[in-house]
Design a protein around this ligand. Structure first.
Ligand SMILES: [Zn+2]
Length: 136
């Protein structure tokens, strides 16, 4: 699965072919499905909000390693996985056929993050990583 799933060059939803990103089964109406959504709304009036072309949404997983006297694994590492980058109107939706596939997706994201942090996988172009202790 290539990240980010949604960018300013795509529509603000994924998948665009109605196939679950995990199992490829059909996902959409009238069947049941899970929608992982997020974003921002522009405040127009005190109790009125609207989508806006000036907003760009994002969804990242960031790992911030310990530094100085801090404790924790992957010392001095910083890794950012961009799942959604500059989504149109500041909003996005990612569809899954089931809670089980959504859980698998989240586990895949964390497994991928841990693999990169441990040096077992080369970083993707969309990832940002820095580490003082990374093997050369
Ligand atoms: Zn599925």
């Amino acid at each position: 699965m290539k990240l980010p799933l949604i960018t300013k060059r795509t529509r603000p939803f994924y998948p665009r072919d109605h196939k679950c990103p995990i199992c490829s089964k059909y996902v959409g109406e009238p069947d049941s499905f899970l929608c992982f959504s997020g974003g921002a709304m522009k405040q127009i009036e005190p109790n009125f909000y609207s989508m806006d072309d000036d907003l760009f949404g994002f969804l990242d997983i960031n790992f911030h390693g310990a530094h100085d006297f801090g404790k924790g694994k992957y010392r001095d590492a910083f890794l950012m996985k961009h799942i959604v980058e500059h989504s149109a109107c500041g909003q996005f939706e990612i569809y899954f056929c089931s809670t089980s596939c959504f859980r698998k997706f989240m586990n895949m994201m964390i497994d991928d993050l841990e693999e990169e942090l441990s040096g077992g996988k080369k970083k993707n172009k969309s990832d940002v990583i820095s580490s003082k202790n990374k093997k050369q």
